[in-house]
Design a protein around this ligand. Structure first.
Ligand code: AMP
Length: 220
């Protein structure tokens, strides 16, 4: 049961919580958004498609996601468990994921739904900054998440940047798409008995504490 899925609207803290989970439980953090942003750098046809689609706040086609994900999950470092951040995002992906799990003989594990109101998410999205070098996440609108030096990563000294899809119009599309396509997965996983709801509206520590209470019993 050492596999986790984080289901959440944009800017609810999937990346931040994944980093904390990765460190405490020695799991591999797999973010489909990060895999796509990496592929986007190639500047080939696929890279261009990914760049334009992400900037609009729309979903990348399922087939591209499946190939990236299956390759990653199949890597030897994932054998001890992983955190899926940003996948599955619709019912087709959830069903396809179960086929992958069956093929690789691994279990679904825990599904965490991180929840926070729209206004809080929008404010977090506007303040979010990432390190170009190591991917660490900061927030200039949250005191405890600001970098020590403006625009510089505390961990590696890399330059911080704002994601192209972290703007009001993309955010609205991403949020609406989450409500339409991803939210139905909550009932799906609730019925399976794998779902845990986490209040992610306060600090990252408070959200993480809620997950620790559930995971420490089995994973430490
Ligand atoms: P994230 O980093 O999770 O916020 O994802 C950024 C963007 O990458 C999303 O808005 C989508 O355009 C794309 N993306 C990430 N994961 C998926 C997925 N599982 N299915 C389709 N598109 C995705």
């Amino acid at each position: 049961m050492r596999n986790l899925i984080l289901l959440a609207p944009p800017a609810a803290g999937k990346g931040t919580q994944s980093d904390l989970l990765e460190k405490r439980y020695h799991l591999v953090h797999i973010s489909t958004g990060d895999l796509l942003r990496e592929a986007e750098k190639k500047e080939d046809e696929l890279g261009k498609y990914i760049k334009e689609t992400i900037a609009k706040g729309e979903f990348i086609s399922d087939d591209i996601i499946y190939e990236m994900l299956e390759n990653r999950i199949n890597s030897p470092d994932c054998k001890n468990g992983f955190i899926l951040d940003g996948f599955p995002r619709n019912m087709e992906q959830a069903i396809h994921y179960e086929e992958i799990l069956k093929k690789l003989n691994i279990s679904l594990g825990y599904v965490f739904q991180l929840d926070a109101p729209y206004d809080i998410l929008e404010e977090r999205m506007i303040g979010r900054r990432l390190c170009k070098n190591c991917g660490s996440v900061y927030n200039v609108n949250i005191e405890e998440s600001k970098p020590k030096v403006e625009n510089v990563c505390d961990k590696c000294g890399g330059v911080l940047y704002q994601r192209t899809d972290d703007n009001e119009s993309s955010f609205k599309v991403r949020y609406d798409t989450y409500m339409e396509k991803t939210k139905p997965l909550i009932d799906y996983y609730k019925e399976k008995g794998n779902l845990y709801v986490i209040d992610s509206s306060k600090s990252k520590e408070e959200a993480f504490d809620q997950m620790k209470k559930i995971l420490d019993r089995e994973m430490i």
